[in-house]
Design a protein around this ligand. Structure first.
Ligand code: IVH
Length: 688
């Protein structure tokens, strides 16, 4: 056997033993569970292939211990074992194949699939229905007696069955489960810490563990732990045959069992469920780090026995790690469009859940101080789904004293204006509205998808246009002409054509979209929609009082004040004037309630209308029962004509189809036609 493998096994043993010591003895781990699992799995695989590498000090030869001096010890009625891990579909298939080889030919294996709850094991004993003892896992044989603490957990029954009409309790029942915090309760606990000026908790599981092992059970009682039960360690007076029965019986007796547990008849059914579980993970009330597969038939589980210390009949499928540790190399201060200074962590590259992460959010400087994150710290990074990776907190135990404090910049890194922290704000602000970075961010936001959605104008283009002084604000975008781009590298005819087309298309965005794109603090699409609905035009919003804005349901007084101030600001007024000058002044005609005044009429649109976009006009007609058609015929009731009409107007004249303006359309809808201006007056066959 190669000496490389011997060396690697020895390295892994030493590393793992060190981390076990940090976790269990010092209570200050320096790596995440995911990182530990990876090393453990590697050693386990090495040892499986080369059993001669197994040494007595290998961490695979013992299950860890979390025993503490503070509690009397309890002997578990059966060993409280851990589970082998699988990290891929192939691992699961290999697990099933190994098991099938040990079982009589033709054995069909059905499985339960349960969430792998990310808490700590608890073992609770009931005698004649009464809770008589509760213990931690400890070293698997002996656990800490935490009965007084477990009695404070609100969903752990002190007597079973909870419902007196429920099934009879077994004479003696020892159940196993997991104690943890619900995500929202952990967040609330941290809010409380924050309010009291105390350090924040970084990790829910460690906090749950610390809470369960309080010497004073009043402290445990003050924190909302929760327990989910999932297996039976010992039972007398009755017998349950399958894992599925166990879950159902436990629930009937009044225990909480983990939601979404299911029985599946084959492994391939289970494999199909894995993506659902990975996405469900984020929506659950509690943290899970994988799923557990258990052979349903308990007789088969017993027959399979153990491989080392792991039962063969169950396995944990672990999700790709979401949390990893790495070094915090630096912090950059980014300036947003509102001037907010946000710190971003520069990290030693770390691979998390399939991607290499080099930057992560640090939220704000207040949070950095509260979590006591320092430059040079080993930090825990979380990357979950589409959310931007963020720094959870520092690994205090990994400090060597060289770490330094992280402070907000004194001056804006872009315009050098002194940074301020307005009273009562957690954020630091660059107060200079002309700060080049703020201007860039505002325009970048204005053109982005979800705002004005000016396709083909990405941040790069915005930068180039600002650098070349072709635009200084959002309104300047609408003054760009194809010639503006002449001689700019990378701007070929096609690109310019696309840009001009998307700018043109953006000119007709509805009022709410424009308001949302202005980047007013606190005004996203919902609030923008409320403003557009209530006031109907930029002019009306601009002249609205704080009280009128505050009157809108869904807008509070502080936001109303902020909105009014934004519209009162001279620079913003100038910007809005510039928008009007380039023809951007949307009116929310959709404010007119839907009705059926146009039922039976067919409209054809031609030319550019003064305030409504084509889409808005069509929507308006349809919402009042009318139809819109693409070509003019004798059947056309009206041609709605704007500026620079096409041949449709001529055709309408030839066929004698009445031509109306936007204003007339709006009057028809409001049921108040202006006869005098009606170009159809001289046409008696008109149904108008
Ligand atoms: S069954 C003998 N079911 O995961 C098998 N364990 O990595 C007993 N865990 O130590 C374990 N959710 O603390 C089982 N639905 C679940 C679980 C679960 C979380 C924990 C348990 C165990 C660890 C194994």
């Amino acid at each position: 056997m190669s000496s490389d493998l011997t060396t690697r096994a020895s390295e892994l043993r030493d590393e793992l033993n060190y981390h076990i010591y940090r976790y269990n003895v010092l209570g200050s781990p320096v790596i995440t569970d995911g990182e530990y699992d990876k090393m453990y799995h590697e050693l386990k695989a090495l040892e499986a292939e080369h059993p001669e590498l197994i040494t007595p000090d290998s961490p695979t030869q013992r299950a860890g211990s979390d025993l503490s001096e503070d509690f009397p010890k309890v002997k578990h009625p059966a060993p409280i074992l851990s589970l082998a891990n699988a990290f891929s579909e192939d691992d699961l298939k290999a697990w099933e194949e190994r098991n099938l080889k040990l079982l009589p030919a033709g054995t069909q294996l059905g499985y339960t699939l349960e969430p792998k709850l990310d808490g700590l094991t608890i073992v609770i004993t009931y005698e004649n229905g009464y809770l008589v003892q509760a213990a931690t896992r400890g070293n698997g044989e002996l656990g800490d007696d935490v009965t007084a603490n477990v009695r404070t957990i609100r969903n752990v029954p002190l007597k079973i069955p909870v419902d007196k009409n429920g099934p009879k309790a077994p004479e003696r029942l020892v159940v196993r489960g997991e104690v943890m915090f619900h995500k929202k309760d952990f967040a609330a606990l941290n809010k409380k810490q924050e309010a009291e000026g105390l350090p924040l908790y970084v990790n829910a599981r460690n906090t749950a563990s610390g809470t369960l092992k309080q010497k004073d059970s009043r402290i445990t009682a003050s924190r909302p732990l929760i327990a989910y039960l999932y297996s039976v360690v010992a039972i007398s007076g009755t017998k349950w045959d399958t894992q599925w029965d166990i879950l159902n019986n436990l629930r009937d007796l009044g225990f909480s069992t983990a939601p979404h547990a299911e029985f599946y008849p084959t492994l391939s059914d289970i494999i199909q469920q894995l993506p659902t579980w990975e996405s469900r993970r984020r929506t659950l009330d509690f943290e899970i780090d994988g799923v557990v597969l258990k052979i349903n038939d308990l007789k088969i589980q017993a027959e399979l026995g153990y491989s080392g210390k792991d039962p063969r009949g169950a396995i944990a499928y672990k999700f790709p790690a979401e949390e990893m540790t790495t070094k915090l190399l630096g912090v950059t201060a980014n300036i947003g469009r509102t001037g907010r200074v946000t710190p971003t962590a520069q990290l030693e590259p770390v691979f998390i859940g399939g991607v290499t992460v080099v930057n992560a959010s640090l939220h704000n400087y207040d949070q950095i101080a509260k979590l006591d994150i320092r430059l040079g710290d080993t930090v825990i990074i979380k990357r979950s789904g589409e959310v931007i990776p963020y720094v959870i907190g520092p690994v205090i135990g990994a400090r060597d004293g060289s770490e330094t404090a992280i402070l907000p910049p004194t001056n804006c890194p872009s315009c050098n204006t002194p940074i301020v922290q307005p009273e009562g704000f957690v954020d630091f602000i660059c107060p200079n509205p002309l700060c080049p970075e703020r201007v860039f961010r505002s325009i970048e936001f204005f053109v982005s998808r979800g705002a004005m959605d000016i396709e083909s104008m990405g941040p790069q283009t915005v930068k180039i246009l600002i650098d070349r002084k072709l635009i200084q604000d959002e309104a300047d975008i609408f003054t760009l002409k194809p010639e503006s781009f002449e001689g700019i590298e990378g701007f070929g005819e096609k690109k310019i054509d696309n840009l001009m087309k998307s700018i043109e298309a953006a000119k007709t965005r509805p009022l709410a979209q424009l308001v949302c794109s202005l980047g007013i603090d606190g005004v996203g699409s919902v609030v923008a929609g409320l403003l557009a609905d209530k006031f109907g035009s930029i002019d009306a919003i601009q002249s609205a009082t704080v009280e009128a804005i505050d009157d809108i349901e869904g807008i509070g007084p502080i936001l109303a004040q902020g909105i009014a101030e934004w519209f009162a600001d001279e620079r913003h007024r100038n910007l809005l004037d510039k928008f009007r000058a380039v023809g951007i002044n949307p009116q929310n005609k959709a404010k007119v309630a839907a009705g059926d005044g146009l039922t039976g009429s067919t409209f054809v649109l031609t030319g550019t209308l003064p305030t409504l976009s084509r889409e808005q006009a069509e929507a308006l007609i349809e919402s009042h029962g009318g139809k819109v058609s693409g070509s003019v015929s004798k059947k056309t009731s009206y041609v709605l004509m704007g500026d620079t009409p096409g041949s449709k107007a001529d055709k309408a004249r030839t066929l004698g189809v009445p031509i109306i303006s936007e204003e007339q359309l709006l009057e028809m809808i409001s049921g108040n036609p202006t006869q005098s201006n009606n170009p159809t007056d001289d046409n008696p066959q008109n149904p108008a």
